[in-house]
Design a protein around this ligand. Structure first.
Ligand code: PAF
Length: 282
C-alpha cells in the first residue's frame, strides 16, 4: 500500500494504472476509520483494480469550530487498518495541499441541500462539495463510494456531480451498525460511558417507529420519535423529518412517496449523531 500526501505524486501513480486500462475507485473519508468505512473500502476493492482511500478532515465543511478541533484524528491506526484490508493507495494530504488558497466556489446543490443538515449546518454541504470535487479532480476515479448513514450527503453529492460532470459514478453503501444497533460513526468514540449506553436507543426508537408508522400519520410518527428520544437523559433531538427518499423534501402524507425515509440528528450530550430509516407503509 502506498501512502501519498501530494496531488502531483498521486496523479503520477494513478496515470500508470490508467495507462494499463485499470479501473480506479475512491473512498473519501475524514479518517478515524471504523467498520462502516471498511465496508466501503471492501466494496471499492471488489469493484476496482485500484482502491484509493482519502483521509482528510476537511475544515470547510465544519460550521462549528469546536467540532473541527475535537474531530478524532488517528492516521497511524487508519493506515494500518487500510493496509490490512488490501487498500492500494492512502491519500493523506495536509490542509495546504487541498486548499493552497481560499476556495470561494459556491455550488448549486438544489433543494436537497436546503433541508435538515442544510438548515442546521449552514455552509456544511458547500464545504463537502468543495472537497469532494477536489478529490474527484485529483483522483479521477471511475466510481466513488459513500455510506448511507449520511443519507442526505449522497443526494447532495449527486447534485454536485450533475453540476461539475466529471463522470464519476456515485455508489451508496448500506449503514453498518454495532451489535446493539448504533450506526457506526467516528463520533461514537467521543461518547461518555453513559451516553454510549443510551445511544443505541436512536436505532431502537427508529425501528419501533417502523411498525408505529403502519397505522399512524407522518406527523404522529415524527412526534413519536422526537418525544421518545427527548425523554432520555442527555438527548436533544435537533430534527426528525420524514422525507421523500429521492428529493429529500418533507412529506405530509405517506402516499406522497414510494420511498419515505426518516432522518434524525440528535445531540447525545455534546455529540451530534445522525441516522435514518426507510419506511414501508402501504
Ligand atoms: O462523509 C464524510 O466523511 C465527509 O463528509 C467526506 C465525504 C469524506 C467529505 O469530507
Amino acid at each position: 500500500m502506498k501512502i501519498v500526501a501530494k496531488i502531483a505524486e498521486l496523479k503520477e501513480i494513478l496515470n500508470e494504472y490508467r495507462d494499463q486500462g485499470k479501473s480506479i475507485g475512491l473512498v473519501p473519508t475524514m479518517g478515524a476509520l471504523h467498520q462502516g468505512h471498511i465496508s466501503l473500502v471492501k466494496r471499492c476493492i471488489q469493484d476496482n483494480d485500484c482502491c484509493v482511500v482519502s483521509v482528510f478532515v476537511n475544515p470547510t465543511q465544519f460550521n462549528d469550530k469546536n467540532d473541527l478541533k475535537h474531530y478524532p484524528r488517528t492516521p497511524k491506526e487508519d493506515c494500518a487498518l487500510l493496509e490490512s484490508v488490501g487498500c492500494s493507495i492512502v491519500f493523506i494530504p495536509e490542509v495546504e495541499e487541498m486548499y493552497p488558497e481560499e476556495d470561494n466556489r459556491i455550488f448549486d446543490l438544489g433543494s436537497a441541500a436546503e433541508v435538515m443538515e442544510g438548515r442546521f449546518r449552514p455552509g456544511h454541504f458547500n464545504g463537502v462539495a468543495q472537497i469532494v470535487s477536489k478529490l474527484f479532480y485529483a483522483v479521477e476515479p471511475n466510481k466513488a463510494y459513500f455510506g448511507e448513514k449520511d443519507f442526505q450527503q449522497i443526494a447532495v453529492i449527486r447534485a454536485m456531480e450533475r453540476q461539475i460532470k466529471t463522470g464519476v459514478e456515485i455508489i451508496d453503501v448500506p449503514i453498518v451498525r454495532e451489535d446493539d444497533g448504533l450506526a457506526m460513526s467516528s463520533r461514537n468514540r467521543r461518547l461518555t460511558e453513559s451516553q454510549r449506553k443510551n445511544a443505541p436507543k436512536i436505532w431502537e426508537t427508529l425501528s419501533k417507529s417502523y411498525n408505529f408508522a403502519k397505522d399512524h400519520s407522518v406527523e404522529e410518527t415524527t412526534n413519536f420519535v422526537i418525544d421518545t428520544l427527548n425523554k432520555i437523559p442527555e438527548f436533544k433531538v435537533e430534527y426528525y423529518e420524514i422525507v421523500d427518499g429521492d428529493t429529500l423534501q418533507p412529506i405530509k402524507d405517506w402516499i406522497e412517496t414510494k420511498r419515505p425515509v426518516g432522518c434524525i440528528a440528535t445531540f447525545c450530550g455534546e455529540i451530534r449523531l445522525i441516522d435514518n430509516i426507510t419506511y414501508s407503509v402501504k
